[in-house]
Design a protein around this ligand. Sequence first.
Ligand code: SF4
Length: 306
Amino acid sequence: MVERKDFLIKEINRLRKEKDAVIVAHTYQIGEIQDIADIVADSFALSKYCASQKAKVIVFCGVNFMAESAKILAPEKMVLLPERTAGCPMADMITAEGLIEMKKQHPNAVVVTYINSSAEVKAESDVCVTSSNALKVIRAMPEKEIIFAPDKNLGAYVASQCPEKNLILWDGYCPTHHKIKVSEVLEIKKLHPDALFLIHPECTPDVVKLADFVGSTKEIIEYAKQSIAKKFVIGTEMGVMHQLKNENQEKTFYLMASGLMCPNMKKTTLESVYNSLLNNVFEINVPKDILIRARKSLDRMLELSK
Ligand code: SF4
């Protein structure tokens, strides 16, 4: 087992040099993947990294919509997703056709779409956001009437922070974050009364209300690092615990609930990264017309979040 792991890491390092590849990993990936990645970050930081990438190949350890976003931002690169079936159930809760219908019902609204969506849906949007920059982007927009898709929980959080905007929410959600219940939060707060509760805005509004801090994975990591507090309850996907524990060894972190795991984010393994580099699989391509229109919404996000 150890021998196989050592072999895989050695081969991955050899192949990434030989193929001029970078390995990018989302913070929800398993620890072994985070340890070999050139960058570990949230969707926003990974988008910026891919947009300015010099390497010829990007191996994206994450889920499909992230690899698609990398391809849209770096169309001349070969973008590989090591696990073909790593998708996002929230991204699958909206289609371009459904969004076109909603736009017809609200002809004066602009469309702000969470990056957790397909290229086709991005192509029907005016601007994309991530959980790191949603507030900044929406505050910077002059428009007041906004269709926000697909995450109704992130949308509700943004609406609560921007009362001057009128957000019309698509009925989607992240199954991993959505399942955290108020009763569970109250229970864990009772168990660890001296811990701060840090939560992701993909959680439901009644759970978000109980938080000491609300932020994206990157913001949660930064907050925990800078805080003088010593104990934290973490309300986001378990992958974030790897970085939190590695970078704050004198602090204690409790995961909100043991099942706080995105199965799709856990599909990528050292074996699949090795296979991906060796055989150039699974290459992500986006039809040119969709790529051009989706690119506009991502470019506008990068512009407004400067
Ligand atoms: S954690 Fe939620 S939003 Fe992220 S990939 Fe998994 S299902 Fe999608």
